[in-house]
Structures are given as structure tokens and as C-alpha cells.
Design a binder for this molecule. Structure first.
Ligand code: GAR
Length: 196
């Protein structure tokens, strides 16, 4: 059974989708939900599912990413994860941290990478007049949002879409895509998943 740690910063809807997918004959189980925000709503959702939780507030560390990450590593390493899933985790990680989990850390990003790495993806897709948007699950490498793609789901842009309405429809697909990718990844299958 593969051990999965999930890192969140907010509501944790992707974490919930991942956690709820890991049952029955699934090859993995959630062993930790970790947040950089002690108030993240996702922590209570994880606790309600019986998943161990931890939080390391990034704010006292200011710009000292290395010091923050040293604290973040403590509960993470103690959980002995085989796979680390970033799921709405909104802190940029240093190359040194990423290298510790090379080849076994995944992220979900709300755009069709390589388009729109970084923030405000839906605003940028709408401003560009794109006919479709979507989300990507990729392996995390030291370059932001640029690792090998493990899955993508496409969502049409509709007339009258705002960043919020588009985000809402993309999020529905995120909840399908990330569990589908994790299920494959947990058995060593990196063949990309394409939805729908
Ligand atoms: C999701 O849309 C995820 O793709 C995005 O944040 C949201 C988190 O929602 N992630 C990023 O923008 C990463 N840079 P959730 O907390 O409900 O899963």
C-alpha cells in the first residue's frame, strides 16, 4: 500500500477528492494532510475523515523559505510518504525541498500547461480569448509548474464566463483528473490521463 501525504492551503476540495478515492482496491492510502495555514478549512475535512493532520504557519518565517521548509519537513518525513500530492498548496517550494521528493511529488494546476503557469490562470485564459481552459496534473520539478505532464482535462470557455464561473467548472474536472492520475501513479504508471 502506497502512503500519500497531501499538502493544502485552503478549502481542500482536491484533497477531499483524492482522500475519498483511496479506498477498497486502491493501491494507496492518505497518511497525512499538511497545511501552511493552521486555519485552512481542508484540515477539518481531513480530520473528519480520520486522516492525521498537521499545520506549519509560513507567516512567522517571512522570506526565509528554507526555515519554513525545515519545519514543514518534520511532520512530512515522520509520515513516511511514498507520494506527496500538492493540492491547492500555494507556497512556492525551493529546489532543495523539491529534490527530496524527486519523482514522487505531484501538483494540480488550474490551466492547460504549459499555458499560464503561476497565478490568475482563468483571468489570463479569458483575456487571451481562449476557446478552452482546463487543468493539469504534473510531476513537481524545481521549475514552477513545468514538470512532466501526467494528465490534463479540458473545459470549454462559454460566452459570458467570468474567472469565477470558469474556475468552478474547471474545479469539477480537477476532482476527476487528480484521483485518476494518482491511481495510475501509485502503481508506477506515468501514462498521461486525458479527460474528458
Ligand atoms: C485548485 O483550483 C487548484 O488547482 C489551485 O488552487 C485550487 C485549490 O482548491 N491550485 C493552484 O492554483 C496552484 N498554484 P482546493 O483547495 O479546493 O483543492
Amino acid at each position: 500500500m502506497k502512503r500519500v501525504a497531501i499538502l493544502i492551503s485552503g478549502g481542500g476540495s482536491n484533497m477531499v477528492a483524492l482522500a475519498d478515492s483511496m479506498n477498497g482496491d486502491h493501491p494507496a492510502r492518505p497518511v497525512l494532510v499538511l497545511s501552511n495555514d493552521p486555519e485552512a478549512a481542508g484540515l477539518a475535512k481531513a480530520a473528519a475523515r480520520g486522516i492525521p493532520t498537521a499545520a506549519v504557519d509560513h507567516r512567522p518565517f517571512g522570506r526565509d523559505r528554507a526555515a519554513f521548509e525545515a519545519e514543514l519537513l518534520k511532520p512530512l518525513l515522520a509520515a513516511e510518504p511514498d507520494v506527496v500530492c500538492l493540492a491547492g498548496f500555494m507556497r512556492v517550494l525551493t529546489p532543495e525541498f523539491v529534490e527530496k521528493f524527486q519523482g514522487r511529488m505531484l501538483n494540480i494546476h488550474p490551466s492547460l500547461l504549459p499555458k499560464y503557469p503561476g497565478l490568475h490562470t482563468h483571468e489570463r485564459a479569458l483575456a487571451a480569448g481562449d476557446a478552452e481552459a482546463g487543468c493539469t496534473v504534473h510531476e513537481v520539478t524545481p521549475d514552477l509548474d513545468a514538470g512532466p505532464i501526467l494528465g490534463q482535462a479540458r473545459v470549454p470557455v462559454l460566452p459570458g464566463d467570468t474567472p469565477d464561473t470558469l474556475a468552478e467548472r474547471v474545479l469539477v474536472m480537477e476532482h476527476r483528473l487528480y484521483p485518476a492520475v494518482l491511481r495510475r501513479f501509485a502503481v508506477g504508471d506515468r501514462t498521461p490521463v486525458y479527460l474528458p
